[in-house]
Design a protein around this ligand. Sequence first.
Ligand code: PXP
Length: 244
Amino acid sequence: MTPIRLGVNVDHVATLRNARGGTHPDPLAAARLVLEHGADSITIHLREDRRHIRDADCRAMRQALTAPINLEMAATAEMQAIALSLRPHACCIVPERRAEVTTEGGLDAAGGEANLAPLVSALNGAGIRTSLFLDPDPHQVEAAARLGARAVELHTGRFCDALPGPARDAELARLREAARLVAAAGMECHAGHGLDYDTAPLLAAIPEVVELNIGHFLMGQALFEGLPAAVSRMRQVMERARRT
Ligand code: PXP
């Protein structure tokens, strides 16, 4: 089976740093550490309000790291210009509302096809792997394929929020079916949002899913067991689920 990759989102290291306005803790140092302990790539979300990762963080990581950087961004002209100048390995287009605490729900690729088309084509043209963050909905996956996205990241928030039982099983079934459709359309399937040691293995066991992007849980868990231990343990539980 295709190996599963772990992308670690270091936004919350910047959240903590920004709380005091200084330079500690440094998201770049956290990125280096997680790469040493089992992460394959670094995910950063440059939000319109710059509440965590800032422009200077993006530039510092791009300069210092050889590992792939996945820049999450809203579909705006400002972010397109930044992505084209930064040239990260990958961009994941996410919906963004100023008042939200975190990314709530997937992008409406089907409803926003006309607006997204020039952005996806510009990023693809620059050799950036373009991904769309979508709810596990067949209509959205079809729109991503029409747009020429190279990957789809399935939003696992609803699944992770559900208690174990029929509702959660139904969500997992939707994710499985969406992953099958993504791969059948020739795109890479990724997944993320809200994943932890219990839920990440269930996604890692879906053969079409080749990358998980995980942030909040790992950073919270780092308080108790340390960041290197949390990242290595996440990698282990993902790989075990993949093998079985
Ligand atoms: N993937 C995407 C596209 C996201 O927007 C987020 C949250 O920023 C994540 C993954 C990581 O989610 P979490 O921090 O809940 O692990």
